[in-house]
Design a protein around this ligand. Structure first.
Ligand code: XMP
Length: 318
């Protein structure tokens, strides 16, 4: 039987025994899984753990600051942030196809991570936030999900850069991972987060991704998510987000004609993310969110709400 406190104690002992006085590195993404692993290993071995946090420029608004702060106060570990946004935007230039963008982002991520990891060549261990569903997915004979959407995990490191893997939560389901995170003192808002795709805003800015478009989308997303939290909807929906369409439309603002971008809002309910239905958010709520977006975010003058189920739609737009 699974007891939270026992699990944590056992894992910490295991990690201490395995690592000894050696060093561990970990790629921190801001997602739940890698955050919980950082917390768990951090509690066990403190400063022997160094987290490499790659800021891709494709994260949520202020996510870099929030991630850094979450650990600064509660954990005695090293975190090194690499501001790689410009590298990612450069590689994304001219790319429109979703799978091309995923590949470019995945490759770029590995390149930046490898470069960063070279600074810690003396580390013996690489920790990863692999969880049980990942284990099943990668061992399953059906690779369909992978072909449809390639995910990026840190795999395929070059030969001169080899580490022994530590995967302390590879037997846990997502809800158990969350419990461990809370027990270890990670802030609730980091733990209860909706899933965020590895390629981040790179697949939510539809077609070509630019820094400017990402900045617009971050602001829109922040408003939508904050309002969902404020009105108590966030925990009731499985995943919500905004997309920026490659479409400009005409609008009026005061006495002026505007010609600005369209954004799409999407919120879904699902058990397993294989099928999903759009959330029936109250009209008044959507009205008020749309008003806030148009009033506050320069560059956007129209908002649409996506009511497509999965199937036939996917959850993401790309
Ligand atoms: P779709 O769009 O396929 O999404 O219905 C199902 C779930 O997977 C997430 N997703 C991704 N996660 N890398 C990821 O790590 C990806 O490339 C990717 N594409 C989709 C999506 O956010 C949803 O939770």
């Amino acid at each position: 039987d699974w007891s939270l406190k026992n699990f944590i104690k056992e894992k910490m002992n295991e990690i201490k025994a395995k690592v000894g006085d050696k060093q561990v590195i970990l790629g921190l993404s801001g997602g739940v899984d890698s955050s919980v692993v950082a917390a768990l290993i951090g509690r066990a071995i403190g400063k022997q753990l160094t987290c490499i946090f790659v800021d891709t420029g494709l994260l949520r608004l202020n996510e870099d600051i929030e991630v850094m702060n979450a650990y600064k106060d509660n954990f005695d570990i090293n975190i090194k942030k690499y501001d790689a946004g410009n590298i990612f935007f450069e590689k994304l230039k001219g790319l429109k196809d979703p799978e091309d963008k995923r590949k470019a982002i995945g490759k770029c991520f590995i390149d930046v991570f490898v470069d960063a990891a070279r600074d810690y060549k003396n580390a013996d261990f690489l920790a990863q936030g692999t969880i049980y569903p990942d284990v099943i997915e990668s061992s399953s004979s059906s690779k369909a999900a992978k072909v449809i959407k390639s995910h990026h995990n840190v795999g395929g490191l070059p030969d001169d850069l080899q580490f022994e893997l530590i995967e302390p939560i590879r037997n846990l389901f997502k809800d158990e991972v969350r419990q461990v995170g809370l027990e270890l003192g990670l802030p609730k808002h980091m733990i209860d987060r909706h899933p965020f795709p590895g390629p981040g805003l790179g697949i939510r800015v539809i077609e070509e991704v630019t820094k400017e478009k990402c900045l617009i989308l971050q602001k829109v997303d922040e408003i939508f998510i904050r309002r969902l939290r404020e009105e108590g909807f966030y925990e009731k929906v499985s995943q919500a987000f905004a997309t920026l369409l490659p479409v400009k439309t005409v609008g009026v603002m005061g006495d002026n004609r505007t010609y600005d971008w369209v954004v799409g809002l999407r919120s879904v309910n699902t058990i397993d993310f294989m099928t999903a239905t759009s959330t029936h958010l109250p009209w008044e709520f959507l009205d008020s969110v749309v008003n806030e977006i148009i009033n506050k975010v320069e560059g956007v003058n129209r908002v649409v709400y996506d009511i497509t189920s999965k199937p036939p739609g996917t959850i993401e737009w790309e």
